[in-house]
Design a protein around this ligand. Structure first.
Ligand code: SAH
Ligand code: SF4
Length: 340
């Protein structure tokens, strides 16, 4: 299997140069292009000789992914559709705000969890992304939009089902790309075995749990049973992570009309979050062509107020991006519609 240059560490670069009879200082130059400038393509590494560039391109995916399409919304959110080396597609999104640039990164091609409201899970899982491919999302995004302030693994896929590759990605971002773990968030649908491994990393990464319901009965209307865990187990695992990482966690709550948007849901959710020192982030549902609907604005406002009355902290996801492709996975879904 061809390795990815984006995931090569300084030691591996040194070994590569030695084995291919290039002087050791060349490894330092590649390292600097990669980890300081986020340049993965040897052709852009201006101070390398042609034979080394050619050797790198032959021996590595450098890079394996290319930008296939860019959709820019009026508020400057850029969604990049990336074509992988095997012609699969994923998305990464660059979201600027006044103060910060945030990248939303994918972890899998498709998703096996299959939440009923989500475009990413509609056709199941095609394959995991390698660490090199996730790091390429970061590098390609950085070359296009600048170095981000925050990274959120909230694109296509369930990262904790691709734990080993995600762990390499996270550790490489911190150790090689010098990205603060406090500025990285991993979002999970509540895959408890993966959450336990995440806790064992013991680094200050942030956790977002896509809870969407404060009770198992409501949750069963949104997430198929195959990879769904009980709310109590998910919260226990999130508490363990909060302790290990020394961070508060966030409960993500996608509000869907008539399913999880009643005052009773709000009350129960608020109490749960308050008891566990968690923040709540409300995401008004983005309709993706299925049967689910976004609740009316008044219902969303009331839901938020009911939570506030419980004393819990709540924010609302600022809605960015063009309406038709705002939700994760929708650009890829449009691209592959009918294809698979
Ligand atoms: N698999 C992980 C991370 C990717 S999904 C997870 O589920 O957490 C990231 C977030 O986008 C989840 O909270 C999910 O509920 C939300 N989401 C997916 N489709 C959506 C849609 N159509 N409208 C609003 N939020 C959506
Ligand atoms: Fe997968 Fe997350 Fe979408 Fe659920 S919401 S199908 S876990 S990407």
């Amino acid at each position: 299997m061809t390795p990815f240059l984006a995931v090569a560490n300084p030691e591996e670069l040194k070994n590569y140069c030695r084995e291919h009879n290039f002087p050791a200082f060349r490894a330092g130059q590649i390292d600097s292009w990669l980890h300081t400038h986020c340049v993965v393509d040897p052709d852009m590494m201006k101070n390398l000789p042609a034979d080394l560039k050619a050797a790198l391109k032959q021996d590595f995916h450098a890079p394996g992914s290319r930008i296939a399409e860019i959709s820019t919304s009026p508020d400057q959110v850029e969604k990049l559709l990336l074509k992988l080396h095997d012609n699969e597609y994923i998305e990464m999104v660059a979201i600027p705000s006044e103060k910060r640039l945030t990248f939303c990164l994918s972890t899998q091609v498709g998703c096996p969890v299959g939440c009923l409201f989500c475009a990413s899970g509609r056709n199941g899982l095609t394959r995991n992304l390698s660490a090199g491919e996730m790091l390429e999302e970061f590098c390609i995004g950085t070359l296009r939009a600048g170095r981000p302030d925050n990274l959120v693994f909230m694109g296509i896929g369930e990262g904790l089902l691709n734990f080993d590759n995600l762990a390499v990605t996270l550790n490489t971002l911190v150790d090689q790309f010098k990205f603060s773990p406090r500025r990285i968030t991993v979002s999970t649908s509540g895959f408890v075995p993966g959450m336990k491994k995440f806790a064992a990393l013991k680094r200050e990464f942030n956790l977002a749990v896509s809870l969407h319901a404060p009770d198992d009965n409501t949750r069963s209307k949104l997430i198929p049973p195959k990879l769904r865990y009980p709310v109590a187990e998910i919260i226990a695992a999130a508490d363990e992570i909060a302790k290990a990482n020394n961070r508060q966690y966030t409960l993500e709550y996608t509000l869907i009309a008539g399913i999880n948007d009643s005052p009773e849901h709000a009350e129960k959710l608020g109490r749960l979050a308050f008891a566990h020192h968690a923040k709540i982030n409300l995401i008004p549902y983005n309709e993706t062509g299925g049967a689910f609907r976004r609740p009316p604005a008044k219902v969303i406002d009331d839901f938020e107020n009911t939570i506030l009355n419980t004393g819990a902290r709540v924010t609302r996801r600022i809605e960015r991006g063009s309406a038709e492709t705002a939700a994760c996975g929708q650009l890829r879904a449009a691209k592959t519609a009918g294809g698979k």
